[in-house]
Write a protein that binds this ligand. Structure first.
Ligand code: HEC
Ligand code: HEC
Length: 284
């Protein structure tokens, strides 16, 4: 009998310890979510001429905004799982959209720094890539978004449930706003042309977030994604095969999974940009 009492007693102690640990971890996750980031506003002029709006459309399409915010930018519930609900916002000026309330500074903070209008960290929005966009391109992007047709679509916000808060409490790897704290220099955007410098700029905005600095291969932010390989292996492909990989998702040896390597969006880059990227990759 004594031994049974002892076992039950120990189990009780263990359960209490586990409960305390869980409670403390969830509280830590909650505290991280409660942080409000005070961001300096970027001083970028937002144009309104038609050439800038056309450039903004090109940037939005090639940089994957619609992949999450949906083709008409009205947003949707993208993931509804036990740890969290992930909801790319309605970016239009319809009901439920941010377009009616956002100032130019709000657009810039959200896109480049992953900080919401009320200072919340926009956890899923991949600002760690868009941070590197030049003033000219991010300005054109905002100009374009401000005039897309209004679509009424009321949505809940991205939400962390108890399990999600627990995950945030255990792991600091899960960054809330990578860029609120970020002060790495941006590569200045060179004139458009099939040059190494232009390719290096485009890679910094578009490829490096997944393929890593220097494109030597990395784990993309999506934990379910396969590794994004070292792109130096493409040096022997030749430009035509490289273009086919970005436009059709077809490499010399396999089909690329668009869910993880978003070629259907990246493929909107024009020939000059792809030539520039390849010229840069050949120097690595
Ligand atoms: C991987 C998916 C994904 C991509 C790609 C993406 N976003 Fe987002 N974005 C989100 C999510 C999800 C939110 C909602 C906040 C959160 O949970 O991070 C968001 C929030 C925003 C917000 C702030 C809206 C608000 O409610 O405060 C803006 C502005 C925005 N995105 C613009 C863009 C633009 C412009 C692009 C392309 C350059 C883009 N996003 C690409 C997922 C994405
Ligand atoms: C969202 C993450 C992501 C972004 C952004 C991204 N890639 Fe990828 N890329 C991947 C992943 C993951 C793979 C491997 C896909 C697979 O195995 O199906 C891959 C594979 C590739 C391949 C095939 C390599 C091989 O050896 O087969 C090429 C080429 C490539 N990417 C080029 C680029 C270029 C150029 C850019 C920027 C213009 C870019 N990628 C942006 C994630 C990304």
């Amino acid at each position: 009998m004594k031994i049974i009492k002892w076992i039950l007693g120990s189990l009780g102690v263990i359960l209490v310890l586990v409960a305390i640990f869980a409670f403390m971890t969830i509280s830590k996750g909650e505290a991280r979510l409660a942080v409000r980031y005070a961001m300096e506003y970027d001083d970028v002029m937002i144009p309104s001429d038609s050439a800038s709006i056309a450039l903004g459309k090109y940037i939005a399409e090639s940089h994957g905004c619609q992949g999450c915010h949906t083709p008409d930018f009205s947003g949707d519930i993208m993931i509804d799982a036990p740890p969290f609900t992930v909801v790319p916002s309605n970016l239009t000026s319809g009901a439920g959209g941010v377009g009616t309330t956002f100032s130019d500074a709000d657009w810039l903070r959200a896109i480049r720094h992953g900080v919401g209008q009320d200072g919340r960290g926009l956890v899923v929005m991949p600002s760690e890539a868009y941070y590197y966009m030049s003033d000219e391109e991010v300005g054109a992007l905002v100009a374009y978004l401000k005039q897309v047709p209004a679509v009424d679509h009321e949505l809940p916000r991205t939400k962390f449930k108890t399990l999600g808060k627990f995950i945030l409490g255990v792991s600091d790897d899960f960054k809330l706003t990578p860029d609120a704290m970020m002060d790495s220099p941006r590569i200045p955007m060179p004139e458009k042309g099939p040059t190494v410098e232009r390719g290096e700029y485009r890679a910094s905005v578009l490829c490096q977030v997944c393929h890593g600095k220097g494109l030597t291969g990395n784990q993309p932010p999506d934990p379910d994604s396969p590794l994004a390989p070292d792109l130096r292996t493409t040096q022997s492909w030749g430009l035509d095969a490289f273009m086919r990989a970005l436009r059709e998702g077809e490499t010399p040896s396999r089909k690329l999974d668009d869910a993880y390597m978003p070629w259907s969006k990246i493929g909107h880059l024009d020939d000059t940009e792809i030539e520039a990227l390849y010229a840069y990759i050949k120097t690595l």
